[in-house]
Every structure is written in structure tokens, then in C-alpha cells.
Design a protein around this ligand. Structure first.
Ligand code: ADP
Length: 379
């Protein structure tokens, strides 16, 4: 027998056969019933058993419409979709903004790099005080610009100095030739003029030779012919070469204690270096003064020391004397050298993994010390 309440308005709802069977077996069954063109129903089927449980149970079914629930779920779904789309949009927007903000310094670095040329090396990147990787990148970049600026300044100064050094002898040659040509001269006057011209020409070719040597050194094209060099022989050879010069100037050139050791090096270049230092010693020492060459040993190195009793070097000049064309007293010293000797000597010492050290004070003489590594066996 089957009875049905009125509120279903004659609508029937049939649960599935399995649900029906399970209810008949005494189980409470929940099921959702769907019919095309009708709202969904949620049905609970309760088996009612008699006490003896011998007969099959009667079934009571209660159903409720799911349209409210479905509507709520539908709204929830729409809210979820809108929420998800909005949060994706916000995330993309915020991500883009943050990435753009984070990459702004990179763009600044890029723009500065594009602008940099030899004419605007005072530019630098200002991304504020940052300690992160971008801050470090900007600092590195600024340090690189500053190094480039120094290098360009040095090159500029160097070109000015070269022009000046070559222009002075040319001006002298031109001036003296002009004067000589103003009237007839006797052969003695011509000879003396040509002799002075020859000196200026020698000076110019010395400058050019020195410049060529330094530019080869700078570009790494200078080869060292390494071999065994006997320190005593080296000192004695330079001593012999320079003796006449010292005698001419009435400077006492002497050789003190010299170690009997060997170096690995380029003999010609080492001689050139020692020659420069001894030549300076004689040049910058007054008549009656003394220049002494000696050597000492020190932890795998030999020091060839050249001590003079000359004019010395003022404190404000000492850190510049190895710079190209630097002369402590330009006006007075023009005749005496090119201002390149110490730059060349420094390069030669460093190319041999050594160094030149100097100790001097104005008017108390100078000590130049050439520190060079010994050959393996002698150290
Ligand atoms: P220069 O050809 O002028 O001697 P250097 O490069 O050899 O050039 O030396 C540079 C400058 O260092 C010299 O002009 C001089 O002012 C100074 N100097 C070098 N050696 C001595 C020295 N023994 N005593 C005093 N001043 C020196």
C-alpha cells in the first residue's frame, strides 16, 4: 500500500532500485532524485520494522526540494569564479608592478651604460643606498666608470706630456736654425749649431724609443729573454759603463759588497734598469758627491741598492717619480732626462716579479733598492 502527502501536488519521486533494496533490507538511505524539467529532491527513506522483524519493513520517505540549496551553490560558484579571477588579476597586476619596481635600477644601469662614452665619464648610477645584489651591481658599475675615467685622464695627460716633450726640442731646433740663418756664419758656428741639433735629435729619438718600449710593455708585447744572470757581473758591467759619466761629473762611483748570486731574468733589461738608476744617482748628485752600488740578500730575493748623496727627493714628489714624464723639478731637469727612465725601470722590475723601492728626503740623498727574486738554487 502506498500513501503520499498532499504537498507534493501529485508529483512522484522514485528512488533507485538499489536504494529501494537497501531500505527494504533495513538501512536508512539518502538519495537525490533528479527528473528532467523538475527541481532536484533530496529523499530520505526510513524502513519501519515491526517488533518481530519477520516481515519486510514498510518504508517512509521524506523529501525536500534542493532548489534553495542549488541556488546557493550556484551563487557560491559564481562568487568563487569572480573571486578567483579577481585574485589572479590582482596577483598579475601586483607582480608586474613589483617586478617593474624591482627592475627599475637595472633599467637605470642599462640606460647609463648606453650613455657612457669617453666624454661623459663623470656619469654615475644613483639607485640610492641599497645593500642587495642590485646595490652591489651599481657599486661595481660605478667603480668601473671611475677606473675608466682615471684611465682616460691618464691617457689624456700622457698625450699632453708626449706632445710637450717632443715640442720642446723641436722649438729649440727651429729657433736656433732661424737665428743661424739670419746671417752668414763661420764653420765653427755651424759645427756647434749642428752639434746642439744632434743632441736635441738624440733626445727626441730617446723619448720615442722609450715610449715604444713602454707601449709594448703596456700591450704585453714585450718579451723577456730569460736566462741566468750573475748579479756581480751585472753590477760590474753597469759600473764600467757609468764610470766615465761619473768621472766627468766628478762624482765618486763605487761598488760596495755585492752578493755572488744568480737571478733568472732578461740580462739586457735588468742592465737597462740598473743603468737608469745609477745614471739618476750620478745626475742628481752634486760634484764631489758619492754613488754606491751594493747588494744584500733577503728571503729568496736579492736587493741591488744604489745609494747617492745627491739632492734627494721631496716627500711631495716621491709617490710620483715612477709616473711617466714626471720630473721633480721640470725646469731645471729638462736637459738631464726624459722622465721615462723610472717608469721603464719599474716595469722591468715588476716583469721579473720584483719591485723598486725608494727612500729619500730632499737634500739628504736617495736609496733606490731593486728587489729581485733569486734563481731557485741560490735562495
Ligand atoms: P729623468 O729622465 O728625469 O731622470 P726618471 O724617470 O729617471 O726621469 O726620474 C724621474 C724623476 O725622479 C727625476 O726627474 C727626478 O726628479 C727624480 N729622481 C730620480 N732619481 C733620483 C735621484 N737619485 N735623486 C733625486 N731625484 C731623483
Amino acid at each position: 500500500m502506498r500513501a503520499q502527502s498532499n504537498d507534493l501536488e501529485g508529483e512522484s519521486f522514485n528512488i533507485s532500485i538499489t536504494a529501494f533494496d537497501r531500505a527494504k533490507a533495513g538501512e536508512i538511505v539518502y538519495e537525490t532524485v533528479e527528473k528532467p524539467g523538475h527541481p532536484r529532491l533530496r529523499v530520505i527513506t526510513l524502513p519501519i520494522m515491526d517488533r518481530t522483524k519477520t516481515t519486510s519493513p514498510s518504508l517512509v520517505q521524506v523529501a525536500t526540494l534542493l532548489d534553495d540549496f542549488d541556488e546557493t551553490m550556484e551563487r557560491l560558484l559564481i562568487i568563487l569564479i569572480i573571486g578567483a579571477l579577481t585574485s589572479v588579476g590582482v596577483t598579475i597586476g601586483a607582480g608586474y608592478y613589483m617586478a617593474k619596481k624591482a627592475l627599475k635600477p637595472v633599467d637605470k644601469i642599462r640606460k647609463t651604460a648606453v650613455k657612457i662614452s669617453s666624454r661623459n665619464l663623470e656619469e654615475y648610477i644613483d639607485i640610492g643606498p641599497r645593500k642587495d645584489e642590485l646595490g652591489k651591481l651599481a657599486d661595481t658599475f660605478n667603480a668601473m666608470i671611475s677606473r675608466l675615467r682615471d684611465a682616460f685622464q691618464r691617457i689624456n695627460q700622457f698625450s699632453i706630456d708626449v706632445s710637450h716633450e717632443l715640442k720642446t726640442p723641436l722649438t729649440i731646433l727651429k729657433g736656433s736654425t732661424d737665428v743661424a740663418l739670419r746671417k752668414e756664419r763661420d764653420s765653427h758656428e755651424y759645427r756647434s749649431l749642428l752639434t746642439s741639433h744632434l743632441e736635441e735629435i738624440d733626445r727626441m729619438s730617446q723619448i720615442i724609443d722609450d715610449l715604444l718600449l713602454l707601449s709594448k710593455a703596456d700591450t704585453g708585447k714585450m718579451q723577456l729573454n730569460i736566462g741566468d744572470v750573475d748579479v756581480r757581473d751585472l753590477v760590474l758591467e753597469v759600473f764600467m759603463d757609468m764610470q766615465i759619466l761619473a768621472e766627468k761629473k766628478n762624482v765618486d762611483l763605487i761598488v760596495g759588497d755585492v752578493e755572488d748570486v744568480k737571478l733568472k731574468g732578461d740580462e739586457l733589461k735588468l742592465r737597462r734598469m740598473l743603468w737608469n738608476i745609477v745614471d739618476n744617482g750620478i745626475k742628481y748628485t752634486q760634484m764631489g758627491g758619492k754613488v754606491e752600488i751594493s747588494s744584500t740578500l733577503e728571503d729568496g730575493y736579492v736587493r741591488i741598492n744604489v745609494r747617492d748623496t745627491g739632492v734627494g727627493i721631496a716627500d711631495e714628489d716621491i709617490s710620483y717619480i715612477f709616473d711617466r714624464f714626471y720630473r721633480a723639478d721640470r725646469a731645471r731637469k729638462r736637459e738631464s732626462g726624459t722622465g721615462l727612465g723610472l717608469s721603464i725601470s719599474k716595469w722591468i722590475a715588476e716583469a721579473h716579479k720584483g719591485a723598486i723601492e725608494v727612500r729619500s728626503h730632499a737634500s739628504s740623498g736617495s736609496l733606490f733598492s731593486l728587489k729581485l727574486p733569486l734563481s731557485g738554487g741560490d735562495a
